[in-house]
Design a protein around this ligand. Structure first.
Ligand SMILES: Nc1ncnc2c1ncn2[C@@H]1O[C@H](COP(=O)(O)OP(=O)(O)O)[C@@H](O)[C@H]1O
Ligand SMILES: O=P(O)(O)O[C@H]1O[C@H](CO)[C@@H](O[C@H]2O[C@H](CO)[C@@H](O)[C@H](O)[C@H]2O)[C@H](O)[C@H]1O
Length: 500
């Protein structure tokens, strides 16, 4: 717990924020902070506004952006500065029930002692947020703007929010924070924010407006316009160039959803329990789900191609981009080195393909981004690859990148099950390896056949193989950094792909 003086207010009427040093300790304690373990400093705290809709006895919700810099990057690095959103519920009295979410206690020159808690944990703060989204629906154009016009709550028509619900913060390894309002709505508060449109909001808005059945409908979103930078280019990574920052989105809560990754793991376990059966005979056979998932992705891609710009890029450029990702990947994950030649040869074949069609895609698709509901599969989280800068995540890309992401996930599922299964039953490893391959191949084949509505051409196969390899390389780096004990999963795939 921190108890100290605050940063001074700037006469803007907003409450003071706690000292930036508080955020260094706080960020390290959260699940969602992406810079854990790196040498860093919080060089400033920007107070972007308070959420309208506060009620007597309830908290004031102060939205803060913590400016984080790292000591392990050169001064020329474009992503030297990152902004993390920390909404703080402010109370005049300590709140024992929120002790676990306490950020700091500090003095405000105008308001006296303030006790600040992570607002996502506080039902009073979340109710305040929901009321603002609700009020937006009856404002002109569906927009509720705060007093100094810097925060704007936007609503899409078509759904009345249930204000009687209680909020529940999702737990789990997520890069943002999601809060369910009963079974009515889900609010995702973006943690690492960049100036410009958020791809998740943008894609959900487009697909919701055309009534796509394959995503959770978007109900609204929250923008912040930096008053000092109004009118800048809003498709930029440069915090200095101004424009809009999208801070949160509100969408349909999928009540009957089961996580696609969990379903796949159960299906694999079912097969491992009865290895004498073929995958098609096991109770939890995944082929039907893989087929339906393939059709869903096909539909989503068709809508994205219809409602976002489409173009083509020369195969040589695609090949060069993939090859260009190799050297930094090799530096981060040296285990890739022995497969370099095989990978380079595979990428080079893409150079002979002529023009490759591109449009907006998901960008980081895997089973954990799919939800099976009573009404079919839904695809979530259109933010793209977390490590890519915003402008790259907004660029058109080949739909085969998403297909490859799913194929890699079908490969991961049995290998992840095997990791724990082998601890109890090391003897059966060889049999399970064969069953794992059977499960993965069956799921991949059904998914791919449904996605392509038939067999794919040799050219498409070349492109798909290259995207699968590109993804496995990315995963090798991802696992090296985040889950080093899992790195053999993608590395084994790279070895198989890169074999001469
Ligand atoms: N509309 C929804 N309804 C119910 N659960 C959802 C919905 N959208 C996402 N989820 C669940 O919330 C979790 C986090 O969502 P996701 O968009 O992947 O967040 P993050 O950007 O933090 O990774 C997912 O694992 C998914 O199970
Ligand atoms: O969900 P995110 O957008 O944060 O994606 C990142 O984390 C994923 C792990 O949760 C990672 O996915 C990899 O592991 C999955 C199993 O946990 C597996 O199903 C995927 O196929 C595999 O890529 C993803 O790559 C990363 O960007």
């Amino acid at each position: 717990m921190s108890d100290q003086t605050s940063t001074p207010t700037s006469g803007d009427g907003l409450p003071a924020a706690p000292d930036p040093q508080v955020f260094v300790e706080y960020l390290a304690r959260t699940r969602w902070f992406g810079g854990k373990g790196r040498p860093l400093a919080v060089t400033g705290v920007r107070r972007v506004g308070t959420v309208p809709g506060a009620v007597p006895g309830g908290p004031l919700v102060l939205l803060c952006l913590a400016e984080v810099t790292y000591d392990d990057v050169g001064p020329e690095a474009p992503d030297k500065v990152e902004h993390y959103q920390v909404p703080i519920a402010l109370y005049g009295e300590a709140q024992e029930r929120l002790e676990h979410a306490h950020i700091a206690t500090w003095e405000d020159p105008a308001r006296g002692r303030l006790h600040g808690y992570d607002a996502l944990h506080d039902r009073g703060a979340m109710a305040c947020w929901l009321r603002s989204f609700d009020r937006a629906a009856t404002e002109p154009g569906g927009n509720l703007v705060d007093d100094d016009s810097s925060l704007a709550f936007h609503r899409l028509p078509g759904h009345d929010l249930d204000l009687e619900t209680h909020s529940t913060l999702f737990s789990g390894e997520q890069s943002n924070s999601s809060v369910a309002f009963g079974e009515d709505a889900l609010m995702k508060v973006f943690r690492k924010v960049t100036p410009g449109v958020n791809p998740d909001v943008q894609v959900h808005e487009v697909l919701s407006r055309v009534g796509s059945p394959d995503v959770a409908a978007l109900y609204g979103w929250l923008d912040w316009v930096d008053p000092e930078q109004r009118g800048g280019d809003d498709h930029t990574d440069d915090p200095g160039s101004g424009g809009v920052m999208q801070l949160a989105m509100l969408q349909q809560f999928l009540r009957t959803a089961s996580d696609g990754w969990d379903l796949a793991l159960s299906s694999v376990r079912d097969l491992f329990r009865q290895p004498e059966l073929h995958a098609s005979e096991a109770g939890g056979d995944f082929a039907g789900e893989a087929t339906r998932l393939g059709r869903t992705l096909r539909e989503v891609h068709a809508l994205m191609a219809e409602h976002f710009p489409t173009s083509t890029v020369p195969g040589a450029d695609v090949a060069a981009t993939m090859a260009g990702r190799l050297p930094p990947a090799l530096a981060a994950a040296p285990g890739l080195e022995e497969h370099r030649a095989g990978l380079e040869a595979l990428f080079a074949r893409v150079g002979d393909l002529g023009e490759v069609p591109v449009h907006r895609v998901h960008g980081d698709l895997h089973l954990g981004q799919t939800l099976r509901t009573a009404l079919g599969w839904k695809i979530v989280d259109f933010e793209g690859e977390p490590a890519k800068p915003l402008h790259e995540r907004l660029l058109p890309d080949s739909p085969w990148r998403d297909v490859a992401g799913m194929l890699r996930s079908f490969d991961y599922a049995p290998r992840v099950v095997e990791r724990t299964w082998a601890e109890d039953d090391p003897e059966g490893s060889e049999v399970r390896a064969a069953k794992a391959a059977e499960w993965a191949n069956r799921s991949k084949n059904h998914f791919l056949y449904a996605y392509a509505d038939g067999d794919i051409s040799d050219q498409q196969r070349t492109l798909l193989d290259a995207y699968v390899a590109d993804k496995a390389v990315y995963e090798t780096v991802y696992e090296t950094r985040n889950r080093p004990t899992w790195v053999d999963i993608p590395l084994q795939a790279v070895a198989e792909i890169g074999a001469p």
